[in-house]
Design a protein around this ligand. Structure first.
Ligand SMILES: [Fe+2]
Length: 351
């Protein structure tokens, strides 16, 4: 169709592997804390500038802005659930097998988007050029030792301490970061310390196993806009553990769409598990084996837990308070430097 840009991995992927990937054990957590030993990646180039610009065109569509905008105490302006209906390029980009292969490779486990509704949740932070300029000048003053302008600094989080609802997120930067101050993600280590991960540049991404690591996004100063797209992932293998919750997304979602996506993929997983168990029982009988009571009861216990978890996430719609997401009550990290470059710590990933 003329005028429609189709995602083409040869044209739109521009992959350069992350310089480093930190393991859960590097942050002090047990290796089996999550669904993979991988905790977080350095920023890495994923999409071309053209691809990100096409994604941007899709999020600025009138119908996306009007129908898919949500706000909460954690983030005042987010776009959610728009990709399947309104953003075919974005939808295809995150579902393409080549994109998934790259992300899975870094994550150390085969991943797929959790559900259509979670493709490319967009965080928007925008301001005027004069505000951005003022922030750059303030920061320069502070750097020169003339402190006194303490407001609105980059050590204030834009999103408070939290863990995500889904195992992995891939955060894609969609803005030009020229002149940006701050904008990092702070991660909590197992011993209560924190590390900072530098935010990615336009077209670059970071992968984080955010379901298991408390983190917060620091405010970005000095630029007119900071737009990030956060796509959530779960293991592709239905036999792997899936601890996904809806805790942080229920208050900022079209609940019907969210529940459809969640209920359907959880049932699909359960279907695969039941099918495999039935085949195993049938094979045992064919081979003349006795019924393995212990093994089947273990399977049933697992199935009950899985169903209970699913049921526990689906709240009646009138029990969901719109726009209110619980934060973790953790102390703010003391960040000594507003700029990302010269932080002296063995834990700083990217400086
Ligand atoms: Fe998060």
């Amino acid at each position: 169709m003329p005028g429609v840009n189709k995602f083409d991995p040869r044209k739109h992927l521009s992959y350069a592997p992350p310089k480093k990937v930190l393991k859960m054990t590097d942050l002090g957590y047990a290796e089996d804390t999550g669904v993979s030993p991988v905790a977080v990646s350095h920023p890495f180039q994923l999409f071309t500038e053209e691809a990100v610009d096409l994604m941007r065109t899709e999020i600025f569509k009138k119908e996306v802005q009007e129908e898919c905008t949500f706000g909460s105490n954690l983030a005042p302006c987010v776009l959610r659930g728009y990709a399947k209906k309104h953003a075919p390029f974005t939808y295809e980009a995150w579902n393409h097998p080549d994109t998934l292969a790259l992300i899975s490779h870094i994550a150390g486990v085969g991943l797929v988007p959790v559900m259509d509704y979670e493709i490319a949740h967009v965080n928007c932070q925008t301001k005027t050029e004069s505000q951005a300029k003022e922030e750059r000048e303030r920061s320069q003053l502070e750097d020169e030792g003339r402190r006194g302008c303490q407001e609105n600094r980059a050590d204030k989080p834009i999103v408070g301490w939290h863990t995500d609802s889904y195992p992995f997120v891939c955060v894609l930067m969609m803005s030009d970061c020229e002149g940006m101050i701050g904008g990092e993600t702070a991660l909590r280590t197992a011993d209560g310390q924190y590390i900072k991960v530098r935010g990615p540049a336009k077209g670059c991404a970071v992968i984080l196993q955010g379901r298991y690591i408390a983190h917060q996004a620091m405010r970005a100063l000095g630029t007119r806009e900071r737009i990030t797209a956060v796509t959530s992932f779960r293991p592709n293998d239905p036999f792997l553990r899936d601890d996904s919750e809806l805790r942080t997304v229920r208050p900022v979602s079209d609940l019907s769409e969210l529940y459809h996506g969640f209920a359907e993929y959880r049932l699909e997983m359960m279907g695969a598990r039941i099918k495999r168990e039935r085949e195993k029982l049938a094979a045992d009988r064919r081979d003349g084996k006795k019924f393995d009571t212990l093994a089947h009861k273990t399977f049933l216990r697992g199935a009950i837990t899985f169903v209970e978890q699913t049921n526990g996430e689906i709240f009646q719609q009138d029990k969901v308070e719109k726009g209110i997401i619980d934060e973790l009550n953790l102390a703010d990290p003391e960040i000594e430097s507003e700029r990302v470059e010269p932080v002296q710590s063995p834990h700083v990933l990217y400086s």
